[in-house]
Design a protein around this ligand. Structure first.
Ligand SMILES: *[C@@H]1O[C@H](CO)[C@@H](O)[C@H](O)[C@H]1NC(C)=O
Ligand SMILES: *[C@@H]1O[C@H](CO)[C@@H](O)[C@H](O)[C@H]1NC(C)=O
Ligand SMILES: *[C@@H]1O[C@H](CO)[C@@H](O)[C@H](O)[C@H]1NC(C)=O
Ligand SMILES: *[C@@H]1O[C@H](CO)[C@@H](O)[C@H](O)[C@H]1NC(C)=O
Ligand SMILES: *[C@@H]1O[C@H](CO)[C@@H](O)[C@H](O)[C@H]1NC(C)=O
Ligand SMILES: *[C@@H]1O[C@H](CO)[C@@H](O)[C@H](O)[C@H]1NC(C)=O
Ligand SMILES: *[C@@H]1O[C@H](CO)[C@@H](O)[C@H](O)[C@H]1NC(C)=O
Ligand SMILES: *[C@@H]1O[C@H](CO)[C@@H](O)[C@H](O)[C@H]1NC(C)=O
Ligand SMILES: *[C@@H]1O[C@H](CO)[C@@H](O)[C@H](O)[C@H]1NC(C)=O
Ligand SMILES: *[C@@H]1O[C@H](CO)[C@@H](O)[C@H](O)[C@H]1NC(C)=O
Ligand SMILES: *[C@@H]1O[C@H](CO)[C@@H](O)[C@H](O)[C@H]1NC(C)=O
Ligand SMILES: *[C@@H]1O[C@H](CO)[C@@H](O)[C@H](O)[C@H]1NC(C)=O
Length: 496
């Protein structure tokens, strides 16, 4: 297998260019410009909305946590910020939305905070990480949580990654005795208290994870504090029956760890690691390793097999499912998901989400290639959507998630007068999933109550509903978002 060194510093996040002419959505009732989805649906999809966190030199208003429906209607746009891992997870038995937000460095890691919101979009927990971390410019951060993982465990704790600079003897990789490198850490954090429950450092385990097995070159200009060598590049972490499974991208490997941090086994995308390879089990530069159906006899792993960096191509990107047999120490290729009609080489980022065991649908986000796809059980593509120029707009991960929410904020309306007593009324309620129609009321002042219903049962049309209304008795309107005849939310009174 060709091994192709590439220069340090290019790591996994692109210096993203401008998105030339990608179309954006816009509304009258709220100032949002999310990217328009270009969608091809060719079969039934699993239930749920599409969760993205686009990033790039796009209109700043569209760089946010975004939820869309299958027709490409916006459902929710969060605050303008760079996000990662925007999705629905379970916390204390309830659905919450979680995402990382912060500074993404273009060398491929970041410093930020994990936000946890309930089904009214109230931020119920904000998880941070402090400690004696060293940064390239010695600056201190409010929180050192890296962008790559924000996973809630069945124990209601949060798994996050962190990158720490340290000086180390790198003579085994042709460096000096005191070069700078990035250590890959993870932390398991108690969500309500921010207390660290467990932590791990790759550099503490050089016996099992030797530095010279990194596929990331120590380039001649690397090894400085400003440009440390990224030996491991941790990018996914999940709990297992005996501890954790961690993905180290630059080792082309997943490592199964005991609770005490000891490496119990390694699955290596090049040579199998501790497993004999049956069939094509090759992967490299991977993201998002997940564990399914674990028993003492084995388990299934899913992963996003980039097979590429910006400067190295091993092959086309796939969604890979591997059978790990712990009894005879074999790894078997189970599913390899590619779209034969759309060959993709994703140089960075990405995710592979198994939607349900029953249906076996898989939802993939292609990272630097701004596309998502859903595959059916037989491996055919049932849904593809693009949300930007390839390699110009990225979403670190992307998911299909079921979500029901009624925001704590009020519906929005904009009114355009079309004559003395008629107007066009534009109505939206960012993030609301449950209302299906609008009522429009005439008010008598900015503060009047029990206003007169002018028009009811205006069926919701996507994110924003427009209704032309005549015979207006006053210059004040109010709107009511309803499910059937039940009121879910009422706007402020707007004069026009
Ligand atoms: C960071 O601090 C250390 C220790 O004080 C110092 O040796 C190093 O030069 C500093 N680096 C930068 C980039 O300021
Ligand atoms: C949950 O916590 C218990 C007690 O600390 C521990 O034994 C168990 O392994 C944890 N489960 C997971 C999935 O981490
Ligand atoms: C980060 O590395 C420095 C050495 O450069 C070390 O002193 C510090 O303890 C490390 N931080 C953490 C949180 O492990
Ligand atoms: C170290 O340098 C030698 C000589 O240039 C080269 O053959 C070898 O591949 C290098 N090793 C690594 C790990 O870069
Ligand atoms: C961690 O647990 C493993 C498996 O039980 C054991 O072999 C190893 O010695 C333990 N390591 C430490 C540092 O306690
Ligand atoms: C997990 O096991 C169930 C029940 O045997 C099976 O239906 C499902 O396909 C398995 N999941 C994976 C990812 O292999
Ligand atoms: C194995 O699969 C990868 C894609 O996952 C492909 O690039 C490679 O060519 C395949 N190798 C063989 C020998 O089929
Ligand atoms: C190991 O078990 C798998 C089934 O899990 C089987 O397909 C494979 O043939 C076995 N390999 C060996 C070498 O026994
Ligand atoms: C590729 O396109 C053809 C023709 O449109 C279609 O029949 C086939 O199902 C597509 N393949 C996949 C894997 O979706
Ligand atoms: C949708 O299909 C058209 C026509 O085949 C193709 O040009 C386009 O790239 C496809 N878009 C996506 C997101 O797959
Ligand atoms: C508005 O209607 C409610 C319910 O019908 C009633 O209880 C309330 O007194 C009314 N308020 C005014 C100011 O008329
Ligand atoms: C609301 O709708 C339900 C079901 O359509 C109906 O049974 C009920 O009478 C309605 N209530 C009012 C106040 O109109």
């Amino acid at each position: 297998m060709a091994r192709w060194w590439y220069t340090a510093g290019s790591a996994m996040l692109l210096a993203l260019g401008a998105a030339a002419d990608w179309p954006y959505l816009s509304y009258n009732s709220i100032d949002f410009q999310p990217p328009q989805l270009q969608i091809n649906q060719t079969g039934p999809v699993d239930p749920g909305y599409i969760f993205l966190g686009p990033r790039g030199a796009i209109q700043p208003a569209g760089q946010a946590a975004l939820i869309y429906d299958n027709s490409g209607n916006l459902v929710y746009e969060g605050p303008d910020e760079v996000t990662a891992n925007f999705m629905v997870q379970k916390l204390f038995g309830k659905d919450v939305i979680t995402f990382w937000a912060g500074d993404m460095l273009d060398v491929g890691y970041g410093y930020g905070t994990v936000h946890i919101l309930d089904n009214t979009y109230n931020e119920i927990y904000t998880v941070t990480l402090t400690g004696s971390f060293v940064t390239p410019d010695n600056s201190t951060k409010d929180s050192y949580i890296d962008l790559h993982e924000s996973h809630i465990t069945p124990n209601n704790t949060l798994l996050v990654t962190a990158y720490n600079l340290t000086q180390h003897d790198l003579t085994s990789v042709n460096g000096t005795t005191s070069d700078w490198m990035l250590d890959s850490h993870f932390y398991e954090i108690d969500i309500p208290t921010n207390k660290i429950i467990n932590s791990w450092s790759a550099l503490d385990h050089q016996d099992a994870i030797p530095l010279n097995s990194s596929h990331q070159e120590l380039a001649s200009n690397a090894g400085t504090q400003a440009n440390p060598w990224d030996a491991y590049h941790i990018n996914a972490i999940t709990t297992t029956r005996h501890g954790y499974l961690v993905s180290l991208r630059h080792m082309w490997s997943g490592f199964y760890l005991h609770h005490n941090g000891t490496v119990m086994w390694q699955i290596d995308g090049e040579n199998g690691g501790d497993f004999k390879q049956i069939g094509n089990t090759t992967f490299s530069w991977q993201h998002d390793i997940r564990v399914h159906n674990e028993t003492d006899k084995g388990m299934v792993l899913s992963l996003f097999n980039n097979h590429n960096t910006e400067t190295n191509s091993e092959g086309q990107t796939s969604g890979l499912f591997l059978g790990i047999n712990l009894q005879n120490h074999t790894v078997t290729g189970l599913r390899s998901l590619i779209d034969p009609n759309d060959t993709i080489y994703a140089g960075s980022q990405g995710s592979t989400q198994l939607l349900s065991y029953k249906n076996q649908h898989v939802f993939m986000d292609y990272g630097a290639i701004s596309k998502v796809k859903e595959f059916s059980a037989n491996g055919s593509v049932v849904f593809s959507a693009a949300f930007g120029e390839e390699n110009a707009v990225a979403s670190y991960r992307g998911y299909r998630c079921q979500w029901k929410a009624t925001p704590f904020w009020k519906p929005s309306l904009a009114i355009t007068r079309t004559s003395d007593n008629s107007a066009d009324v534009y109505m939206s309620w960012n993030g609301a999933t449950e209302y299906d129609n609008w009522a429009i009321l005439a008010a008598t002042s900015n503060t009047s109550v029990n206003n007169t219903e002018l028009s009811a049962n205006n069926v919701r049309t996507g994110f924003e509903t427009a209704v032309s209304i005549g015979n207006l008795p006053t210059g004040y309107l109010q709107i009511v978002a309803r499910k059937g005849n039940a009121t879910l939310g009422t706007s402020d009174i707007v004069s026009f």
